[in-house]
Design a binder for this molecule. Structure first.
Ligand code: HEC
Ligand code: HEC
Ligand code: HEC
Ligand code: HEC
Ligand code: HEC
Ligand code: HEC
Ligand code: HEC
Length: 320
């Protein structure tokens, strides 16, 4: 029993790695602070340079950027005018700024060796096959889900799973939960997601524990995050696809941990033991623990037996 008590903390050291979000904090640049003067808060002051008269103005919600989120963002080290026209320093902003062409991810990351591990080219290929690209055309870009000002590479440690799912799903809900953004792209009624998913029991739990893309995107072994969003009719609906020992989540949501655990320990059951507990996927857990315990007990038994024999033999040789 003492052995078992010792084994449990040992197992948890192996399987629980406490995660805390570790995004790099970028210093806000003076040049960008000028933009934040207006875009960083709900109100800003407008000064008439001739009369000196001041007016407090309201900044539109959609044009506000949270400076804290920006400083944590993957691209938060950039100046605003690295991506936007320098003419934005004039205000009111000149009409020409309305027609600026924006960089795409591929303009900067395409063919760049530094980012080869992300496989940007393949992600783009998959994206081009998604319902969004095929149905909505050029208007729908990578930026639709990767908000340029707040997107950051997710922390994939198990302790951050809930946060990661929430951030991922929020990206989809900017449109699928907000008619204003949806309507920019298509003249169509916004489907009520609660109704469309009424077949799914415990909906709010599922939406907190799995990502939209885990049901809605075709997985691809060569990329970490699936980007080919399928039509609703081809999406995962079968409970057993997730609630089984060979859960599809091993190839999607838990992919990162599966890869890590495999390389570190040579097996991956640990992935689904704590954070990522899925009913059905880990029914062998107690069996596995039991077999480890039996194995260790057997080893100990053999060791004790062997040492007793050695002691015994020494005693008997002494006796002679
Ligand atoms: C004095 C306040 C003020 C400052 C400073 C300011 N902006 Fe703006 N900006 C606005 C307002 C008001 C709007 C909305 C009206 C418009 O589009 O001109 C806006 C709109 C924008 C838009 C959106 C255009 C669109 O319709 O999609 C961008 C992009 C933008 N600003 C970038 C910048 C950048 C980059 C800077 C700094 C170089 C900056 N702004 C500085 C007030 C400001
Ligand atoms: C990495 C490139 C990049 C940087 C850096 C960047 N932006 Fe943007 N910004 C974009 C893109 C791309 C869009 C258009 C987004 C879209 O099409 O959905 C945009 C859109 C905007 C808009 C319109 C509202 C919106 O969110 O769509 C405002 C306002 C804006 N940017 C202001 C800023 C300010 C202020 C800064 C600096 C604090 C900044 N941007 C830094 C790429 C960038
Ligand atoms: C204007 C050029 C530019 C554009 C456009 C751009 N990036 Fe980046 N990106 C960079 C640079 C430079 C870095 C490195 C930043 C750093 O290390 O602070 C980076 C970093 C990244 C990283 C993090 C790499 C890491 O190891 O931490 C990811 C992921 C990424 N970009 C994805 C994207 C995506 C997705 C898009 C489009 C939605 C995009 N980028 C658009 C220039 C760009
Ligand atoms: C329909 C939404 C959507 C679109 C469109 C989209 N992405 Fe993504 N992308 C995501 C989500 C969700 C993630 C996962 C983010 C996370 O885990 O934090 C992601 C992650 C990524 C990553 C990081 C992978 C990693 O290791 O975490 C890269 C790189 C990337 N996308 C590139 C692109 C490029 C390039 C495009 C356009 C060709 C694009 N994305 C278009 C939703 C989208
Ligand atoms: C910028 C807005 C926007 C974002 C962000 C977005 N979508 Fe969409 N999505 C749309 C629009 C608009 C349609 C409708 C296309 C149509 O009906 O032709 C659509 C269609 C779909 C469909 C097909 C529905 C059907 O009836 O077949 C699915 C599934 C879907 N989106 C899932 C997602 C997921 C998952 C994400 C996040 C990873 C996401 N979307 C992010 C705007 C968006
Ligand atoms: C457990 C799997 C699962 C999850 C998680 C899930 N969906 Fe679905 N979703 C489906 C299936 C299956 C359908 C098709 C339902 C039908 O046709 O009756 C669907 C339908 C849809 C549709 C089409 C709605 C319509 O009525 O036309 C959209 C859009 C959509 N989902 C978006 C999302 C978004 C956004 C999320 C994340 C917040 C999400 N889904 C999470 C499986 C899922
Ligand atoms: C995309 C993968 C996926 C699909 C598909 C899926 N589930 Fe789940 N389900 C999960 C995850 C992940 C959890 C959360 C387990 C946890 O952390 O408690 C969960 C939780 C549950 C729970 C909650 C148990 C509790 O603790 O209250 C029930 C019940 C359930 N699922 C039934 C179903 C049924 C029935 C279906 C099919 C109609 C289904 N699930 C489809 C992944 C899935």
């Amino acid at each position: 029993m003492a052995l078992l008590a010792g084994l449990i903390p040992m197992l948890s050291i192996i399987f629980i790695s406490f995660g805390s979000e570790t995004a790099e904090v970028h210093q806000l640049d003076e040049d960008s602070k000028k933009c934040f003067f207006c875009h960083g808060s709900p109100v800003y002051e407008y000064v008439d340079t001739i009369t000196g008269e001041k007016a407090v103005m309201k900044m539109y919600n959609e044009l506000q950027i949270d400076p804290v989120e920006y400083s944590l963002a993957t691209h938060g080290g950039f100046l605003c005018i690295d991506c936007h026209a320098p003419e934005y320093h004039e205000h009111p902003h000149p009409v020409s700024t309305k027609f600026e062409t924006m960089y795409s991810c591929m303009d900067c990351h395409g063919g760049d060796e530094t980012y080869a591990s992300f496989n940007f080219e393949l992600i783009e290929e998959e994206f081009m096959k998604s319902v969004h690209a095929t149905e909505l055309g050029d208007e729908f870009t990578c930026w639709a889900c990767h908000d340029p000002h707040i997107y950051r590479l997710s922390d994939k440690s198990p302790g951050q799973l809930i946060n990661r799912v929430a951030r991922n799903n929020a990206a989809c809900l900017t449109c699928h939960g907000d008619i204003n953004n949806y309507a920019v792209l298509i003249e169509k009624e916004l489907p009520d997601l609660i109704k469309s998913h009424s077949w799914l029991p415990n909906q709010s739990l599922h939406f907190r524990k799995v990502r939209c893309i885990d049901c809605h995107a075709a997985t691809n072994d060569s990329i970490l995050v699936a980007h080919q969003i399928l039509p609703a009719s081809e999406s995962v609906r079968n409970c057993v696809d997730c609630h089984s020992t060979n859960s599809i989540l091993m190839g999607s949501l838990y992919k990162h941990q599966v890869a890590e655990k495999r390389s570190k320990l040579g097996f991956y059951n640990g992935v689904i033991m704590n954070e990522a507990y899925v009913i059905g996927a880990n029914r062998n857990y107690y069996l596995n623990v039991a077999s480890v315990v039996i194995f260790i007990l057997t080893l100990t038994g053999i060791a004790i037996h062997a040492s007793l024999r050695i002691i015994h033999r020494k005693r008997t040789t002494h006796g002679k």
